[in-house]
Design a protein around this ligand. Structure first.
Ligand code: DGT
Ligand code: CA
Ligand code: CA
Length: 383
């Protein structure tokens, strides 16, 4: 068989050529309120959390785009929003999470049907891997997104914005670039130049402190960061963050769209046969727990990045300690070694005896090195 078949796209495991969508519902809580009361649609609508002390105290959760014209913003004190909307027919409503969750679930269910995998990141946001559905084509992806939008509008009556890109990082920023009711496509070959002019703090993980530091190095835009000497980034931020910044600025992000329902952590807890401060005695128990965790990891083919311990002391107070590994691991020895280290340190810090212990691993990724994936892929299609 010829090259045609070799290049057939196999959904999310064809990591180099994915089509990822980020769907973000527009002014979500306020739009839900408009949905059940359409008379609100042409008024400023503010949904807030009322703290209950006085009628005015509390903060804005969100507002519709009419209210935003009066510079009402999420997180703003309600009294300030009221002041900004003085003289208008603005409507203020308390949050109704149960109702928003219901609507969110209905939309997520529809979205699920359009993707190979869906990762819900919040009540109003989800990543979809649609590589297979659109045969890797970004032109088709745009029509496909429009189709999904129409379907959700018809079925639920809620509008959302979509960003389409070669990975989660780009699709998220694409989505943010055009709201509400946006549909923004950034093709792989445009991704770097799309990000380049943006301020560097648009990247996830670049907060106030980091962007100030970057600014002092002359890094103002994502493009500046992409061009910055990667060795210097590593020297300043360490390997993990340094590599992340470099990759992100270059629009590189291999994080898979993680199917829903997949555990975020695996943990086991057990009670010791007797209260103790003896490390060896504790490790006997945690080794048992670790073996059990390792079986589940192997079954699910997961690697982890964090190891944590959980401790209940004799006064019934509980504590936890965790460590992030330099590299992902999947073997029980790595867990045991880190658990030993964490407990060694913990026991030296507390005078109390330990009653219950737990072990937890998290920060999962699937163990599928690209090399292996590619070879096995070509093997199955060769002929
Ligand atoms: P947009 O910009 O059209 O996506 O507007 P929203 O309102 O959907 O904004 P988004 O996606 O950042 O947030 C989703 C929901 O989360 C929003 O409807 C209400 C809630 N939320 C966002 N920011 C805040 C905040 O600062 N405080 C509180 N209490 N809730 C917030
Ligand atoms: Ca939203
Ligand atoms: Ca959101």
């Amino acid at each position: 068989m010829g090259l045609g078949l070799c290049l057939r796209i196999r959904g999310s495991d064809w990591m180099q050529n994915r089509v990822v969508m980020l769907v973000d519902f527009d002014y979500f809580y306020a739009q839900c309120e408009e949905l059940r009361n359409p008379a609100l649609k042409d008024k400023p609508v503010v949904v807030g959390v009322y703290s209950g002390r006085t009628e005015e105290s509390g903060a804005v959760s969100t507002s519709n785009y009419i209210a935003r014209k009066y510079s009402v913003k999420s997180g703003m004190p309600l009294f300030l929003a009221k002041r900004k909307l003085e003289g208008t027919d603005a409507v203020f409503l308390p949050v109704d999470h149960e109702y928003y969750d219901q609507i969110s679930n209905r939309i997520m269910q529809i979205l699920q049907g359009y993707a190979s995998s869906l990762e819900q990141v919040s009540v109003d946001e989800a990543y979809l891997d649609v590589t297979e559905q659109v045969q890797g084509s970004f032109e088709k992806a745009k029509d496909y997104a429009q189709k999904i939008k129409n379907e959700v509008t018809e079925q639920v009556g809620i509008s959302f914005s979509v960003g389409i890109g070669p990975n989660k990082l780009v699709s998220k920023i694409a989505c943010d670039s055009q709201k509400p009711n946006g549909l923004t496509v950034v093709k792989p070959e445009e991704a770097k130049s799309f990000l380049a002019p943006l301020p560097v703090d648009r990247l996830l993980g670049v907060g106030k402190k980091t962007s100030a530091r970057m600014d002092s190095l002359g890094i103002k835009t994502v493009g500046d960061l992409a061009n910055y000497d990667v060795q210097k980034l590593l020297a300043i931020w360490g390997k993990i963050l340094g590599v992340y910044f470099h990759n992100a600025a270059n629009a590189v992000d291999n994080e898979p769209v993680q199917e829903q329902g997949e555990a975020e952590s695996i943990s086991r807890i057990g009670t010791l046969k007797q209260d103790t401060k003896d490390l060896a005695f504790i490790l006997q128990k945690t080794d048992e727990l670790t073996d059990d965790i390792s079986k589940e990891l192997a079954d699910k083919n997961l690697s982890f990045k964090q190891v944590a311990i959980y401790v209940v002391l004799i006064d019934l107070s509980s504590k936890s300690r965790s460590i992030t590994l330099e590299q992902t691991a999947k073997d029980p020895e790595t867990i045991k070694k880190n658990v030993k280290e964490l407990f060694g340190k913990f026991l030296s810090e507390t005078p109390l005896e330990v009653r219950r212990v737990g072990v937890k691993v998290s920060g999962f990724s699937r163990e599928e090195p690209r090399q292996k994936q590619l070879t096995s892929f070509f093997q199955t299609t060769k002929e």
